[in-house]
Write a protein that binds this ligand. Structure first.
Ligand SMILES: [Zn+2]
Length: 141
């Protein structure tokens, strides 16, 4: 992968995160702040992820820095990460499919009932969504 794709991934993830945080900040009025250990910026607590291992229940670096850290790790160790994933896939090849096939076979009736129940429960919503889709499609014309 070229350097260009790194920048692409980086920016997309960060933008998504920023949008999410902005939206949440508008709703919740956060009065609790914390200084991020990485970027040294004072940020509302909701910009830090939950971390149960930590005494105060939050990570010491903000979500944005976490993503940057992850991306740095990923691209610095890309070969290793991909190799580990590939090895995992090779070692577990087919397990999932076989498992699900077996499950589907032995739970045929159960799955049918569950599916029907779900449809009944969500019938109105499904119909409404289909209608909306139709309306949107017509608008586009
Ligand atoms: Zn930070």
């Amino acid at each position: 992968m070229s350097k260009g794709s790194f920048e692409f991934v980086d920016i997309t993830l960060l933008k998504q995160l920023e949008q999410r945080l902005e939206g949440r900040e508008g709703k919740e009025e956060s009065k609790v702040f914390r200084i991020c250990r990485r970027c040294k910026v004072r940020k509302p607590l909701l910009q830090f992820s939950t971390d149960r291992r930590n005494t105060n229940g939050k990570t010491s670096i903000c979500k944005k820095c976490q993503i940057v850290e992850y991306l740095k790790y990923y691209y610095a160790n890309r070969e290793k990460v991909l190799l580990t994933n590939k090895r995992y896939r090779d070692n577990h090849r087919g397990e999932r499919t076989v498992y699900f096939q077996g499950y589907q076979e032995s739970h045929k009736e159960h799955l049918k009932v569950v599916g029907q129940k779900w449809y009944k429960k969500n019938k109105t919503r499904i119909k409404e969504e289909r209608l909306k889709l139709k309306v949107n499609l017509n608008k586009g014309r």
